[in-house]
Design a protein around this ligand. Structure first.
Ligand code: ZN
Length: 190
């Protein structure tokens, strides 16, 4: 089932996700719906907050992005990124491995808005998979960026919080318009 993606201005985006203690059939169904939603929106990542659920759950699929490469390391050996996709991250913990670099980012909750965001180029990740099994990996490039962007969502942090002041100032009219639209739509629903 394709779910509506929550847009900037919806308070759900600012909620810190609760840890998932058990991967129940309901969580599995949510994961399936999130993938359907993300693929239909042509996104490469989606956090539970973006479908209005404050949970430590995010999904990623960087296959198909060829202009921004990703790297993956499993057990200290480089591994095939595509074969590792799609990726489900439950209760993820991220450790930066390198210095921040700037790179372009967008977000399904901010349609048509893009900016360069500075983040560590590679990170180490520990999480539970979709069956609730712990796993870990290191990654770099686009995948590392996507993981960090999604992990931010799980803590109620948005990419506008990490933008340069100048970029945020440039986007200000669009941000205010989107926020007002979202709030008006929420009021109507009530
Ligand atoms: Zn996002």
């Amino acid at each position: 089932m394709i779910l509506p993606v929550v847009k900037y201005g919806n308070p759900a985006l600012r909620k810190k996700g609760a840890r998932i203690e058990m991967v129940t059939p309901e969580v599995q169904k949510l994961v399936d719906d999130m993938f359907e939603t993300m693929y239909s929106a042509r996104g490469i990542g989606l956090a539970a907050q973006q479908i209005g659920q404050a949970l430590q759950l995010a999904i990623i699929d960087v296959r198909g992005i060829t202009d921004r490469p990703s790297r993956l390391e499993l057990n200290h050996a480089s591994a095939d990124v595509d074969a590792f996709m799609p990726l489900v991250l439950i209760n993820p913990e991220i450790k930066p491995l390198t210095e921040p670099v700037a790179g372009p980012e967008g977000c399904l909750s901010f349609p048509e808005m893009y900016a360069d965001i500075s983040r560590p180029e590679s990170v180490e990740v520990r999480a539970l998979d979709r069956r609730g099994e712990p796993f870990h990996f290191s990654c770099g490039g686009l995948l590392a960026r996507a993981v960090q962007h999604e992990a931010d969502h799980l803590n109620g942090v948005l990419f506008i919080d990490r933008m340069s002041k100048a970029d945020k100032e440039d986007l200000k009219p669009e941000l205010e318009e989107l926020q007002a639209e979202t709030k008006a739509a929420l009021k109507k629903q009530r």
